[in-house]
Design a protein around this ligand. Structure first.
Ligand code: AMP
Ligand code: TRP
Length: 329
């Protein structure tokens, strides 16, 4: 079976964009792939954060992933910092990646903009991500559209490594979903929905109350026209609602577009709110079940780290050998 690997940061609560852009695919891939998923806590410390909350956020993110349908019997779920191979491989790949290509990363430019000082870790973030992927001989990486450039970099690093040291690393492919790949902020539909949202009103967290979800969707920003069509350029707000509704109901966008033609924005918002509330209801129920037994999540993560480490250790040994490091006797 081909291997998939993906990661998510434990910063803030997971939102609809994370789910539709990435996690939904992770759940599906468990049946068709050897699937490995990681809560990337070392990526979370590249930007300012609260150390008192990191561990709890990490556990919470893992719990939401389990509630969303990751099944430890069918995938490997673990915490990045529990497997030291990630940081070890990062160092070696740092000596293959170039400063020039890291400078071109748009996410670095965006996150660094307006900051008085930026950590070297934030600059190196994409190399750690490449190490995550390459440490597992990954074939496919399901991510949202915003990670496309990082994925390209991971591929470039692997190709360059193989060219320089002989064929050692598997060169991964990105798997970016055709829709739902970029869920937009409900209040600012030209910006992506994000954990560090411009306004919390623009975001739907997976664990939000049904009342909050309904309010946010029914007050989503649209435009001053009234026709319903999927046109992300001209009508970003309406297009965003249509893609969310399609994803939540499992329909194709042209079908929901047709269903709502001529019905007005109010009806579209109400239908989307109802669909999202229904869609998230079982996730919320499973989350509450898991929360009642935190020891179980901890045990699952320990098991996950053991499984992951067994794979990564083999790859890192191969890499050490390829770059010519003296083996420890
Ligand atoms: P992050 O929240 O940055 O750790 O992202 C975790 C995963 O969710 C990544 O695969 C992202 O590409 C995806 N993702 C984050 N925000 C969005 C969004 N607004 N729309 C679609 N996918 C997203
Ligand atoms: N950078 C990714 C994001 O913000 C998270 C991530 C870290 C990741 N390592 C990864 C995704 C490896 C896929 C594979 O979404």
């Amino acid at each position: 079976m081909a291997r998939v690997f993906s990661g998510i940061q434990p910063t803030g609560d997971m939102h609809l964009g994370n789910y539709l852009g990435a996690v939904r695919q992770w759940v599906a891939d468990q049946d068709t792939h050897d699937a490995i998923y990681c809560v990337v806590d070392l990526h979370a410390i590249t930007s300012p954060y609260d150390p008192a909350e990191l561990a709890e956020q990490t556990r919470r993110t893992a719990t939401i992933l389990l509630a969303a349908g990751l099944d430890p019997d069918r995938c490997t779920l673990f915490v990045q910092s529990h497997v030291p191979a990630h940081t070890e491989l990062t160092w070696i790949l740092n000596c293959v990646a170039t400063v020039g290509e890291l400078r071109r990363m748009t996410q670095f430019k965006e996150k660094g903009r307006g900051q008085e000082s930026v950590s070297a870790g934030l600059f190196d973030y994409p190399v750690l991500m490449a190490a995550d992927i390459l440490a597992y001989d990954t074939d496919r990486v399901p991510v949202g559209d915003d990670q496309r450039q990082h994925l390209e970099l991971a591929r470039d690093i692997a190709l360059r490594f193989n060219h320089r040291f002989g064929k050692t690393l598997v060169v991964p492919e990105a798997a970016i979903p055709p829709f739902g790949a970029r869920v937009m902020d409900l209040q600012h539909p030209t910006a992506k929905m994000s954990k560090s949202a411009n306004s919390p009103q623009g975001t739907i967290a997976l664990l939000d109350d049904p009342g909050v979800i309904t309010k946010r969707l029914t007050s989503a920003v649209t435009d001053s026209e009234s026709d319903i069509r999927f046109d992300p350029e001209q009508k970003p707000g309406v297009a965003n609602l249509l893609q969310i509704l399609a994803a939540a109901t499992g329909k194709a966008i042209p079908d929901v577009e047709r269903d709502h033609a001529g019905k007005g924005y109010g009806a579209l918002k109400a239908a989307t709110a109802e669909a999202v509330v229904e869609f998230l209801r079982p996730l919320r129920a499973r989350y509450e079940e898991l929360e009642a037994d935190p020891g179980r999540v901890t045990a699952l993560l320990t098991l996950g780290a053991d499984k992951a480490e067994a794979i990564a250790t083999k790859v890192i040994t191969r890499v050490r050998d390829a770059v010519g490091l003296l083996p420890r006797a």
